[in-house]
Design a protein around this ligand. Structure first.
Ligand SMILES: Cc1cc2nc3c(=O)[nH]c(=O)nc-3n(C[C@H](O)[C@H](O)[C@H](O)COP(=O)(O)OP(=O)(O)OC[C@H]3O[C@@H](n4cnc5c(N)ncnc54)[C@H](O)[C@@H]3O)c2cc1C
Length: 414
């Protein structure tokens, strides 16, 4: 069996893993191995902002998870996409650059999470960012992650913004600045009209470092442990194109689990770290009882409201050959227009009732409509305005049910 050795073994080359690979391999004396279950980000649709229509629900770039049938969703099971390629979910996501509210970071810090206050994280956001407007109190200009203003506006989007203003929501040019509340165009993680995934931002610029080894199609099965100290991690076991391999830690080395909100707890549970009864039922020996593993799943479930309107929207352009060609040509020649748009055009961060200190709901406006993202547009002129709760109260769970890493753990949404 092939064995490699490193000071840091990073599991998962997604949003977090690519940054970690960049920062940890900056020291040439440290050897870093980055393991990714998916392949290289060679699918051209990854790089075109609107390409998530092609990469979602595509097993070569998406894990294609589904939730269990949930009573809160009227008994339905819904898709739960997660990226599976270099860049992870940042390679298939909606590109919307949203940092969150400073008050939430400060609340986490107050709960005892030192280092998570807004004043702690703002310098890190700025360090990682390259905003097209340049450096300011809230934005950085020298980082790897390119952030740009959107390159496609529309009359119907302006009308939506005006309607929100009429309802009392202030217009904002920057919901990541002083105050999140407001209505305005999204900022996108894009550079020159192309997606700026975490891989493009942080991994590709350093991929030739001699101390960094990137291994794709490496599906991590479990952690390995020190024979003389059964709670000390010694490395990871993975299947590469189906063949077993091991990445071992050098003395004092560390494994960093960055396999995402679904992948990381699965690896922990498969390694015997988790709730005793869950592991026993799945046939995995308990190595370390840790009740929080696989619990507290949170996502921003959106209710998508579709409206037929009496002006033309992108549905009309995309459903007809000549305008569709025009959109394609505009993108090819200028990198502008609808193909340069991420998942949504306009953001609204609002308070659902008087007396709230900060916004608790978010709307996403799209000048198009379809039954679900990634499938064909409706045959009528349509818009979509989806809404989500910013602080969901219910929590979801996902736990393994088999000792086999290929088993899909049932996913109960929040
Ligand atoms: C469809 C979609 C749209 C989204 N839209 C937005 C948006 O517009 N704006 C925004 O801010 N956020 C958005 N998000 C959320 C955001 O992309 C994620 O929160 C973020 O990418 C998570 O980063 P991560 O590093 O935790 O995990 P991921 O980026 O998912 O990375 C995990 C990586 O680990 C790999 N992996 C998993 N298991 C294993 C294993 N056993 N062995 C080896 N590798 C493994 C995966 O293949 C993946 O590459 C969206 C997410 C999705 C899926």
């Amino acid at each position: 069996m092939k064995e490699l050795e490193a000071d840091f073994v990073i599991v998962g080359a997604g949003s977090a893993g690519c940054v970690l690979a960049n920062r940890l391999s900056a020291d040439p004396n440290k050897r870093v191995i980055l393991l990714e279950a998916g392949g290289r980000d060679w699918n051209p649709w990854i790089h075109v902002p609107v390409g998530y229509f092609k990469t979602l629900h595509n097993p070569s770039t998406d894990w294609c998870y589904k939730t269990v049938k949930d009573p809160g969703l009227n008994g339905r099971s819904i898709d739960w996409p997660r990226g599976k390629t270099l860049g992870g979910s940042s390679a298939i996501n909606g590109l919307l650059y949203v940092r969150g509210q400073k008050e939430d970071y400060d609340h986490w810090a107050q709960l005892g999470n030192r280092g998570w206050g807004y004043d702690d994280v703002l310098p890190l956001f700025k360090r990682s960012e390259q905003h097209e407007d340049g450096a300011s109190d809230y934005h950085g200009a020298g980082g790897g992650l390119s952030v740009s203003r959107i390159r496609a506006k529309s009359r119907i989007a302006e009308a939506f913004i005006a309607a929100a203003e009429e309802m009392g929501v202030p217009r904002t040019e920057d919901y990541n600045g002083e105050d999140q509340e407001g209505v305005g165009y999204f900022h996108q993680t894009a550079r020159g009209g192309l997606r700026c995934s975490s891989a493009r931002a942080f991994l590709h610029p350093v991929r030739k470092r001699p101390n960094l080894t990137i291994i794709t199609h490496a599906h991590v099965q479990s952690l390995t442990f020190d024979a003389s100290d059964p709670k000390r991690v010694a490395g990871v076991r993975y299947l590469r194109d189906g063949a077993p391999e091991v990445a071992k830690l050098a003395l004092g080395g560390e494994v960093v689990l960055s396999a995402g909100a679904i992948g990381s707890p699965q690896i922990l549970e498969l390694s015997g770290v988790g709730q005793g009864d869950v592991l026993a039922k799945a046939g995995v020996e308990v190595r370390h009882e840790l009740p929080g593993v696989g619990e507290n799943l949170q996502d921003h479930l959106q209710i998508r409201l579709v409206y037929e309107v009496n002006v033309q929207t992108l549905n009309d352009a995309i459903n007809r050959f000549a305008p569709r060609m025009g959109i394609g040509l505009e993108y090819v020649f200028f990198r502008t227009g609808p193909m340069s748009l991420g998942a949504s055009q306009v953001a609204v961060f609002a308070k659902s009732m008087e007396g709230l200190e900060t916004p608790d709901i978010q709307f996403h406006f799209q000048p198009l409509s379809a039954d679900k993202p990634g499938i064909e547009m409706h045959p009528f002129s349509g818009i979509t305005s989806s809404v989500c709760q910013l602080r969901p109260e219910r929590r979801g769970i996902k736990h393994i049910f088999t000792p086999n890493a290929a088993g899909r753990q049932p996913l109960s949404p929040n």
